[in-house]
Design a protein around this ligand. Sequence first.
Ligand code: ZN
Length: 213
Amino acid sequence: MKKWECTICGYIHEGDEPPESCPLCGAGPEYFKEVVEDAKRSVPLPSSAKNGAAETDSAALQQESSDAAPSGLTALILKFHLHPITVHTPNGVLPLALIFLFIAILFGIAGFEKAAFYNLIFVLLTMPVVLLTGYTEWQNRYKGLRSKIFITKIIASIVVTIILTIMVIWRFADPQIAESANRWVYLLLGIVMVGAVGLAGHLGGTLVHESRN
Ligand SMILES: [Zn+2]
């Protein structure tokens, strides 16, 4: 049985042919290279050279060979895994902010509302870094592949950023939001936002961890 490695995420497929698409990242067969075990390293063989469709592979192979080593800020972001590190801010703090907001609205405790507000501001300030490092990882490590998992992740992160911005501006405009008639709408925004954070985080975790099988 042959083994094929996804050059995008590192997923290993066993079979005579590469799969239609990578079950992890959605990359097509042209992104798979055969793993040559006895050489103890993977040799990039054109995946479909044997089935006579070598032309379709040339793009992927050219892309691979023309991949220059990233430099400057990009190299720094990739080397120190700045995206997985910085995403801990929204992933960790936003659910906490939502819990604070929930307590504040349910029990009318102003202190929790203030804590939630400060947390939202803090995360909003870190979002440019989270988005920049995420974009850099996608463009370099995952070659800007536009499969479902990456598109979903990008949409989820845009949803998070927009809702977060709305929530912060709304709170500045109406400091009494947690006591106003609109408080449940405000809380609902927070729930949708945390849902999107969870989705983006889950997909990111899938890419990072499940490819290292
Ligand atoms: Zn893959």
